[in-house]
Design a protein around this ligand. Structure first.
Ligand code: FAD
Length: 482
């Protein structure tokens, strides 16, 4: 009798370097590829609007790739556990193979599955495939989770790395009886009305798009990454984040290609390639922290920050979300996010800092907005990023270090090209005033056709006053903690 495996796709929407697929093939199973849409199982972090758009496109690319291999993707929606039970019953498969996830709700689903299939004759194999290391196997000398990045990365980086990939066969063997699935459009992942034009222009979700991005990055930007990575006006970073979030490319593959590229390069280029590898280390660190501190998507890792005197302010929150704070670098970032579903890392730090320090609004509000609008929304990376900026996370920037949005703009967007791209109202402003347009003389403003309060807002707050207020809030928290 033919033996069958369910190949369960989750955040690993790829065929190459897919250890779960390799395992099913090595064990001579006929394979049924399955994806389950189960937003209710995500513990309040169901994919946001931008992520759903990406997921639709990525599943559609995966389904097309699988079709070419003769193994159509079965898509179903509903409770993961119930659907798995149904599919096993319908197919009489004896192996469930997939990759682990690290978010608390996803881990709970995995535990339920292990429990439910125990003694059922179905073997459940959830493998490593989305990270370079497994958080439960990687602790410091005291047997505790790392909370500081540098020692974490030093140890992780020094581990012997093995990259063993067998490629994808021309045909994936499938059983004669194939369970039925739903159509992708039945999942209702796409927004109505369709506002995704900017995302369509910017991205090609799916495995092919991921490889193209990697190749484009390695061809040039990777060699000067260390110098250019903080410049939002350049294409100096890989833009691989959403592809990594959805598992369209494996971090092992990215690491492998970075190391391969490094051979024979100048020391400067090698330093750039290793700086990029280090960023993958931050991704690892973020997942490690989320795994060991599962409350952190909503609670600060540093408990004293539970007593921080955050303000309320729907109007300011909305101005920030819409890119109408009157600070050009902040507004450009927020508009880039809204239109393209992505924002440059430096600008993520600046916009986040503006929310939590200048506007004194809780970091959780910002994290939720990013969650809904980022195509790369990732619970581990987003939580780390927000807690880092808010000063309440592991190895975080201290709260008292407050970004000045004018200086940040002038330093990292020196010619103003980034701001001009995303804020057309400021398109004709000379670079000298671009990051502080309110200081420009009246004749320069009128020559640039900037009419404050009409086509571009006045600053919602004075930065130096906001800075003092934020430091006062920090003192207040300290008093409360005692
Ligand atoms: P590159 O510079 O090319 O880096 C390569 C890869 O390393 C990235 O694709 C990403 O997977 C990883 N990486 C880089 N920087 C970080 C970092 N600081 N922390 C963790 N991983 C990193 N990243 C997400 O993937 N999803 C998020 O939801 C997310 N939210 C963030 C929120 C805030 C407030 C901040 C400050 C950062 C956030 N980041 C998030 C991290 C970082 O901004 C993005 O990973 C990066 O901008 C993606 O661009 P890239 O692929 O060109 O990065």
């Amino acid at each position: 009798m033919e033996k069958k495996a369910i190949l369960w796709f989750r955040k690993d929407l790829r065929l190459r370097d897919n250890t779960a697929l390799e395992e099913a093939l090595a064990r001579k199973r006929k394979i049924i590829p399955l994806f389950i849409w189960d937003p209710d199982s995500e513990g309040g972090w169901a994919p946001g609007a931008a992520s759903r758009w990406w997921l639709h496109q990525s599943l559609s690319a995966l389904a097309a790739d699988l079709e070419k291999k003769g193994a159509p993707l079965v898509v179903r929606s509903g409770s993961t556990l119930e659907i798995l039970k149904q599919v096993f019953q319908e197919s009489s498969a004896d192996l469930l193979v997939g990759h682990r996830r690290y978010e608390p709700a996803a881990r709970k689903v995995e535990e339920d599955i292990q429990l439910s299939f125990r003694d059922s004759g179905v073997e459940v194999r959830l493998l490593s495939g989305s990270l370079l290391n497994e958080p439960d196997e990687f602790l410091n000398q005291a047997g505790k989770p790392y909370q500081v990045f540098t020692p974490f990365w030093k140890v992780l980086h020094a581990l012997p790395w093995v990259f063993d990939s067998h490629g994808v066969p021309a045909r994936i063997p499938v059983p004669q009886n194939y369970p039925a699935g739903e159509s992708l459009s039945a999942l209702d992942l796409l927004p109505l009305p369709d506002w995704t034009g900017g995302m369509k222009e910017a991205w090609q979700p799916g495995e092919k798009g991921a490889w193209q991005r990697l190749k484009k990055f390695l061809d040039e930007p990777a060699l000067s990454y260390a110098g250019d990575r903080d410049r939002p006006d350049l294409e100096g970073t890989s833009a691989l984040s959403a592809h990594l979030t959805w598992g369209e490319i494996s971090p092992h593959r990215v690491r492998h290609e970075l190391i391969r590229k490094s051979q024979g390069q100048t020391p400067k280029a090698q330093a750039s390639l290793s700086a990029h590898l280090r960023q993958l280390g931050w991704r690892e660190f973020a997942h490690h922290l989320l795994y060991h501190f599962p409350d952190t998507p909503s609670q600060p890792l540093k408990p004293e920050f539970r007593r921080f005197p955050w303000r309320k302010g729907a109007e300011n929150l909305r101005a920030w979300q819409r890119g109408r704070t009157g600070y050009p670098i902040v507004d450009a970032g927020m508009r880039q996010l809204w239109e393209s579903g992505w924002m440059h890392n430096r600008v993520r730090m600046v916009t986040a800092s503006f929310l939590v320090k200048d506007l004194l609004l809780p970091w959780q509000e910002g994290a939720r907005w990013f969650w809904d609008t980022l195509v790369d929304a990732d619970l581990a990376n987003n939580t780390l990023g927000w807690q880092w900026v808010a000063g309440c996370g592991a190895d975080a920037a201290p709260y008292f270090r407050i970004f000045n949005p004018v200086i940040q703009g002038e330093k990292f967007d020196p010619y103003g090209n980034y701001v001009r791209r995303w804020i057309p109202e400021l398109g004709e402003m000379p670079a000298k005033w671009l990051h502080r347009p309110w200081e420009a003389p009246a004749d320069e403003l009128s020559a640039a056709r900037v009419d404050f309060g009409k086509n571009y807002p006045n600053p919602v707050i004075d930065h130096s006053q906001a800075r003092d207020r934020a430091l006062g809030a920090l003192d207040k928290m300290k008093e409360r903690v005692g």
